[in-house]
Design a protein around this ligand. Sequence first.
Ligand code: DGJ
Length: 733
Amino acid sequence: MSILFEQESRTFYLNTAHTSYQIQADCRGYVHHLYYGRQVGTSHMEYMHYYSDCGFSGNPYELMDQKDFSLDNVCQEYPGCDAGDYRVSCLSLQNPDGSFGVEFRYVSHEIIHGTYRLPGLPAAYDDGGRAESLILCLEDPVTGLALKLLYGVFEEEDMITRSAIVENHTKGTVVLHKALSACLDIPFGEWDLIHFPGRHCMERQAQRQKLPDGVLTVGSRRGSSSHHHNPFVILAAPETSEDYGECLGAMLVYSGSYRIDIERTQMRAVRMVLGIQDEQFQWELQKGEQFVMPEVLFGFSSDGLTRLSHQYADFIREHICRGKYKKARRPILINNWEATYFDFDSGRLLDIAKQASELGMEMLVLDDGWFGRRDGEKDGLGDWYVNEKKLAGGLAPLIREIHGMGMKFGIWVEPEMVNEASDLYQKHPDWALTVPGRPPAMGRCQLVLDLGRREVRDYLYQVLSDLLRNYPIDYVKWDMNRNMTDMYSRALPAHRQGEVHVRYMLGVYDLLERLTGSFPEVLFEGCSGGGGRFDCGMLYYSPQIWCSDDTDAIERLKIQYGTSFGYPVSAVGSHVSASPNHQTGRCTSLATRATVAMSGTFGYELDLTTLDELEKQEIKGQIARFKEYAPLIQEGDYYRLTNAVEDRYFTAWQHGAKDGTEALLNVVVLAPQANPTPIHVRLKGLREDACYQELIFGKTYSGAALMHGGFTLPIMSGDYPSLTYHFKIMQER
Ligand code: DGJ
């Protein structure tokens, strides 16, 4: 039993293998957060909390004289609004009478086997039936507004999931101005915030800073989780490192606009609230209706950041990603984007495919430009029928030939968008999000379709399912190349326009659910100008996401490093591209490009017809090696051996088998030195008593030696040289 309820003290103990989460409903019904941290079993943690009159903090009416009890100073599970708690809140709403006040009290609870369900939203699932869930039912005693707090406990995985549902049982319409998924109050301690800011072509640049007093916010107002901040943060004790110390993560399972606020309060406590972005948000909740909030994944580690990352990676691989490919090795692909951009025809594609198949690649992905009148960015989005000028005879003969070469066939789509220069826009201009009378802001010359509308989704489902039904397509790259503006739906009345960005996201999920459900054999890869929507919401539908439009191996080191804090390697779309690189102009060796791309789904994205013999032989070797390493890379643990953002000399990382029997060490030198200091790393996750053979260079070492003494690499010179070492257990001593 991972959830225990102690009737007398009305305490809920949520225990995982190494963590505890505790909640108490006090005698007045206030729902306190008592503890989240290292396992404490059923030790009651109420003693730890300290209440004092901290001045200018409201007291509940019935406790007028008890000034040391203020909602402003109590650790809570879900703070309300306008009731004396001045810290960042989860909720802001107006009751039917126009007042803002809401204060929830415990009414009842339920403990169930399995996971709770969040209608319309992606959420962690549990096939093994081992998870347990707690549903706390709260109510505002004055208005009757109801709140369900949902907790999923994944014991072995050391993860707690949370969500909330507000239900309008008041006498009229409630208007939500802010409705966040969860609050986590931490009563004590110094904390650093680790977060993942970035930009297009430079996503998830890990950053660590001491929490300042006041409120620190990360989030997105862009209609997608964005390149700019990932919906994942870590709070780490100042002394916490990769292998030591306490840290806790909070990750949203949501792909739209969001916010995460972290407040250092007047009493030196920390409050984190997170959920849907409240800017340009307003939701009318009619009597009897409910509003479901996206899920949050909480993880805690008392053994450092690496352990926390492994928890998230394993959890996402097992409980978020779905379908046939969730654990399977993905086909090694050749994508034509950086090879041809918009300039291709069937002949050119077949030349690339032929070369790819000879080299051992397993799938050709036909990227942007195969449809409508699409010869550049300005035209064609929305017209999902074949451009026969480029593909004479259509898709069928092309796919037949590619399948004939023994390769799979994948295709690119960007269903959420429309160009004004398209048949779809000419027919349905009102399907785009634009404000009547106002010229819309453009992004990549395109507009966003109103996926909040059922008829728009039905249309897209129809054309996309026709495409997948009529042609034997094995893979879909689902792209999204602009952020939202002009969030105005022609289908909603003026007072409901604040619902647009959330309805849009629910619409995307609905469409993806229907498509992935109808075509379970098809592998979906998410994309948004690279990693602009790299989140668990999308990973629920596509087990991999194109990590960045920046394919430069050296920049990728930092991007993949940041991504590794929260996400599994199996989710990271990564390709070997041309040198000089198209984004940075940097030259790197084919070997280094492959070393970096192999820490992901692995594929190629360059014109294979220009390769010389030597390069072809090298690529054949890379493909053979990747096939050998893939289980270790995709199912094993990822270890960051250096800080890829701060360490200027070299970057090192390791893939380690979970049972310690095998490891792959990768090192890329960033700045070779004339009189070099040694490149030395310590391996991790091996068995101390075992003997390992390094398979590439043939020497043997003990696990203890590799982990405690470490491993010194030979001097490497030139531009960005790299080396890989493959260690395999020989025998236990
Ligand atoms: C952005 C993607 O990230 C690229 O890989 C490519 O598919 C282009 N879009 C095509 O427009």
